[in-house]
Design a protein around this ligand. Structure first.
Ligand SMILES: Cc1ncc(C[n+]2csc(CCOP(=O)(O)OP(=O)(O)O)c2C)c(N)n1
Ligand SMILES: [Mg+2]
Length: 285
């Protein structure tokens, strides 16, 4: 039987358009709802666009297809970007994006839930995605599937000890079907990571836990694509991609600004930026 599998496009322009669409959707959805973690979503645009348009194997018409690759957004507060990407990938209608945080019992709450097609894990309580992904990667191995599991974690999130327990276990089980991407935007909720609890030398930490490691520009589509094509970096080892990013990337007033962790544009600011960024009409009921 031939299964309907999403065909990775690998077309750089298509991926760039998807990343651009993510940014515009994040800005529109958060302004419309008057809430949302905009800065954390904007640093994810290229990572998600490359994974969903050029790397991962899935079937949006059959979201539970057992052979699919899994994706977990461990930094669940960045879900604006995930919602946009899932709609672009065809998991649900684009019109649903307008329900972000603005309808009772919405499918698109402020942190992702598995009731939405394409979401593999409820996240938002930080520090759990790598352990969940480790379990999924182990299950794939036991079941004899060649599914891979991609997990995006925040850098501040790595201060949670549970991540390192999972990292150690993944290396012990030689899970080279597990790929962790660190959104290394150097900021967390209230300050720069290095002022709160030093993470560097971060690549060495992952290596010492038995992982294959690459450090990349998290906004460079070509570099991300070629890096993901090379996983596992070391046979028998899980892979860590430390993606250097800019929190708030693409929205000049928000870039690298701690206060934009949980902040949105006012409708007036949206109007001012509309033409400059080719944003859609902002409709309020
Ligand atoms: C267990 C837990 N503790 C605290 C929080 C509150 N919180 C939400 S986002 C955040 C900062 C995360 O920073 P980082 O992982 O660097 O993600 P970024 O927003 O920079 O992408 C914190 C502390 C949470 N969601 N879960
Ligand atoms: Mg961060």
């Amino acid at each position: 039987m031939v299964l309907p599998v999403y065909k990775a496009s690998e077309n750089i322009d298509t991926i760039r358009e998807a990343a651009d669409r993510i940014r515009k959707d994040c800005i529109r959805m958060s302004t419309r709802a008057g809430t949302g973690h905009l800065g954390p979503a904007l640093s994810l645009a290229e990572i998600l666009a490359v994974l969903y348009k050029g790397v991962m194997r899935y079937d949006a018409q059959n979201p539970k297809w057992p052979e699919r690759d899994r994706f977990i957004l461990s930094k669940g507060h960045g879900c604006l970007a995930l919602y946009s990407m899932l709609s672009q990938a065809g998991f649900f209608e684009r019109s649903l994006l307008d329900e972000f945080c603005s309808v009772y019992d919405t499918m698109l709450p402020g942190h992702p839930e598995i009731k939405l097609p394409g979401v593999e894990a409820n996240t938002g309580s930080l520090g759990h995605g790598i352990a969940l992904g480790m379990g999924m990667a182990l299950a794939a191995r036991i079941d004899g599937r060649d599914s891979r599991v991609f997990v995006v974690t925040g850098d501040g999130e790595l201060q949670e000890g549970s991540n390192w327990e999972a990292a150690m276990a993944a290396a012990h089980h030689r899970l080279d079907n597990l790929i962790v991407i660190v959104d290394r935007n150097k900021l967390q909720l209230g300050d720069f990571t290095e002022n709160i609890s030093q993470l560097e030398p971060l690549a060495d930490k992952w290596r010492s836990f038995g992982w294959g490691v690459r450090v990349v520009d998290g906004h460079n589509i070509e570099e991300l694509l070629s890096t993901f094509k090379q996983v596992p970096f070391v046979c028998g080892k899980p892979s860590a991609v430390i993606a250097s990013t800019i929190k708030g990337k693409g929205l000049a007033i928000a870039e690298n600004k701690v206060e934009w962790h949980y902040k949105v544009l006012t409708p007036q600011q949206y109007e001012e930026l509309k033409n400059e960024m080719s944003l859609e009409e902002l409709c309020h009921e």
